[in-house]
Design a protein around this ligand. Structure first.
Ligand SMILES: Nc1ncnc2c1ncn2[C@@H]1O[C@H](COP(=O)(O)OP(=O)(O)OP(=O)(O)O)[C@@H](O)[C@H]1O
Length: 662
């Protein structure tokens, strides 16, 4: 039976295939997956020897790499936070998260697993190296690029024997016009192979594509698509950009898959062909979700985002005989008059959707609501990791009049100091070695008209704090390398898990900047202090498995209420996600048996600990319990801090802080 490309070939079969390949130059049909066989054949064409070394493989100098990074500025900027997130998921498992461009040039690596990074560097798996098939033989990055599809390449499936210690999963990333931009990859020691890695890397690629689409088409006419109504507005949704005369001008991979379109259809298909609806009826329905019938299968959910262009003008939407890119042949003959100025553009109440009954959190939401459309009042969100600061910032944007303008999020802790200035403020063509010849507008300007969310503002380097302050005072940005200042208008929301007043006292945050940021300070309560845990659990289960009506048994809810939850909602959401995955098909009740081992152990530590606190215990008891929990998790992870932090749902830095180190 042919072997699927997304699972590794069993060891005996791959040994047999390699023997056949070396002896006869062919492999019996079905012994390895078709794409692998095709790739091995390409490698032979390239003149590669399975036992040889890559001869003359290029390696970019640091100036060349800087140029490539600047050229793919948007891809890298959107990929970095996603890579940091993926890295958290795989930390401690001997692996690296990598980003390559469309030529296989490795642009960025995330992961500090030193022993594995050293071994990877020995086969040049590090930024600057080129991992196209031509130079490195069959490998997930090069083969995903060659096939234009997600790929797992495991152990002996690598064409070059020297790469046989690796297991790699990669997924291509395309921009909204369907152009292949690069590949996201997780590479690790083959003994650590995990069948979920491909799904992880595919989701990561989807997240990046979602961001790329939003930054390009977010303020234009587009539709959101998902198989479930709750999926609309999430990073898993399909997105389709439409021209005002009814052509599909952009799409992410999710939309192409949902609609059975190909990248070639972008710029060549009409909305009618893509959705089975004409533009007039789409516009007439407005932005309320609607179900799109799909033959025998469940309907597809669709929500129109009218976009500012249509809403601003009362222009007549006129048909065109040719698609905008003039690449297709479809004729579109209906003339659609869009009463564009009348299109409803009400924001949806995303803040209300976050209210699950806790009085303290509700008070936060109410105060946030009061300043929604008062952008002159900057908002500062403070709260422990995972309390929902990011979610609240997005909900504020979605509930405001600016909801159809860009929401630009920058994590100040995730950007290297050297890049953050260009990233935020933009640069003129040729502003520095390696700068793109087109320059870049910078994130502040991208947020024009919308919301700028600066996460972990406490980690912004001091030198840049002065520049940011100037922008906030003057409301204009001057790009690096000179040129005229450009006026900017954004609503500013900042967040930090640190107490920023302490950062000011320690001299790490400028006092004058602090007072500029803190128009309204909102402090999000930690999960252990929230009184709505049962409702939150129900909400999270509903989001995780909308069609299964799941619930958590009463004993477990009681135990949850006693937990200190150092990773807050992120940790609870992750625990429930695991539980849903472990629950038998037909079952609907989650019990302790479905929980991850370390959480189960911690529940008992909490209950068995002498003087275990009740839900309303004093803060000191809670701190002790947290410490007991941390010690138990560390012990269960055999002292591996990365693994323990992952299980607790907190960052390693937070864990070190809790341990009193660093
Ligand atoms: N009100 C909520 N309802 C459902 N899920 C939530 C809620 N708040 C937070 N979450 C979950 O917790 C996760 C973490 O939330 P978020 O990223 O907003 O926290 P944060 O405070 O910004 O964390 P960090 O400080 O680590 O960046 C989210 O991905 C989501 O799964």
């Amino acid at each position: 039976m042919p072997h699927p490309p997304e699972a590794p070939t069993p060891p005996e079969r791959i040994r047999q295939a390699r023997r056949q390949w070396l002896d006869t130059g062919t492999v019996a049909t079905g012994l390895i997956a078709g794409p692998l066989q095709a790739s091995w054949a390409r490698c032979r064409e390239f003149g590669l020897q399975p036992q040889g070394r890559p001869q003359g493989a290029p390696h970019a100098s640091s100036a060349q790499l800087a140029r490539a990074l600047a050229h793919r500025h948007a891809l890298v900027a959107h990929a970095k936070p996603v890579m940091a997130f993926l890295n958290e998921q795989v930390q401690g498992s001997d692996s690296l998260v990598l980003l390559a461009d469309a030529h296989g040039l490795l642009l960025h690596a995330s992961g500090d697993d030193a022993p594995f990074a050293d071994r990877a560097a020995r086969v040049a798996l590090r930024p600057g190296a080129v991992w196209s098939e031509q130079w490195r033989g069959t490998n997930a990055i090069g083969t995903a690029l060659a096939e234009g599809a997600p790929m797992v390449v495991h152990a002996g499936e690598h064409y070059l024997e020297r790469n046989g210690f690796l297991t790699c999963a990669a997924a291509p990333i395309a921009d909204a016009t369907g152009q292949l931009l690069g590949v996201l990859d997780i590479s690790g020691d083959r003994r650590g192979y995990h069948r979920h890695t491909l799904a992880l890397v595919r989701s990561g690629a989807r997240m990046i594509e979602h961001q790329l689409f939003t930054s390009r088409h977010g303020s234009g006419l587009h539709v959101r698509l998902h198989a479930q109504i709750e999926g609309l507005g999430t990073v898993t949704e399909g997105l389709l950009a439409l021209s005002e005369d009814g052509w599909v001008t952009g799409a992410n991979t999710a939309a192409l898959e949902l609609l059975g379109l190909t990248r070639g259809d972008i710029g060549a298909a009409t909305v009618e062909r893509a959705l089975g609806l004409d533009l007039r009826s789409l516009l007439a329905h407005g932005p309320a979700p609607r179900a799109l019938p799909r033959g025998g299968s469940a309907p597809l959910w669709l929500r129109l985002e009218p976009g500012q262009t249509l809403r601003r003008s009362s222009a007549t939407v006129v048909s065109r005989a040719q698609p905008p890119a003039a690449t297709g042949t479809a004729a579109f003959s209906t003339t659609v008059s869009a009463p564009a100025a009348d299109l409803p553009s009400r924001p949806h109440d995303a803040l209300a959707a976050l209210d699950t009954g806790d009085a303290a959190f509700r008070a936060v939401l109410e105060r946030a609501r009061k300043v929604l459309d008062k952008p002159a009042v900057p908002v500062l969100l403070q709260g422990e990791t995972g309390t929902g600061k990011d979610l609240l910032a997005r909900a504020m944007h979605d509930s405001s009049q600016r909801h159809d303008k860009p929401f630009v999020a920058v994590n100040c802790a995730a950007l290297p100091e050297t890049l953050i200035e260009a990233e935020l403020f933009g640069y003129r063509p040729g502003a520095f070695t390696g700068a793109s010849r087109h320059g870049a507008p910078g994130r502040l300007r991208e947020a024009h008209g919308g919301t700028l969310f600066l996460d972990e503002i406490g980690d912004m380097p001091l030198a840049l704090q002065a520049r940011l302050l100037r922008v906030l005072q003057e409301r204009q940005v001057s790009p690096l390398g000179g040129g005229a200042a450009v006026a900017v208008d954004f609503r500013l929301i900042c967040a930090s898990h640190r107490k920023l007043k302490d950062e000011v006292a320690a001299g790490r945050l400028r006092e004058d900047l602090y007072y500029r940021l803190e128009g309204l300070l909102l402090t999000l309560p930690p999960l252990r202090e929230r009184t709505d845990l049962p409702a939150l659990v129900a909400r999270l289960l509903q989001a995780e498995a909308p069609d299964r009506a799941l619930h958590v048994d009463d004993a477990l809810i009681t135990a949850f209420c006693r937990q200190p939850w150092p990773g807050n909602l992120r940790q609870l959401a992750q625990a429930l996600r695991t539980a849903v995955a472990l629950l038998d098909g037909g079952a609907t009740q989650i019990t302790e048996a479905e929980l991850p081992d370390d959480l189960r152990a911690a529940l008992h530590t909490a209950v068995d600990a002498p003087g275990a606190p009740a839900t309303d215990s004093a803060a000191e008891d809670l701190r002790q319990l947290t410490n007991a929990r941390i010690r138990a998790t560390l012990a269960a992870a055999q002292g591996n801090v990365s693994a323990a932090a992952r299980r607790l749902g907190i960052s390693r830095n937070t864990l070190y802080r809790r341990l009193g180190i660093g």
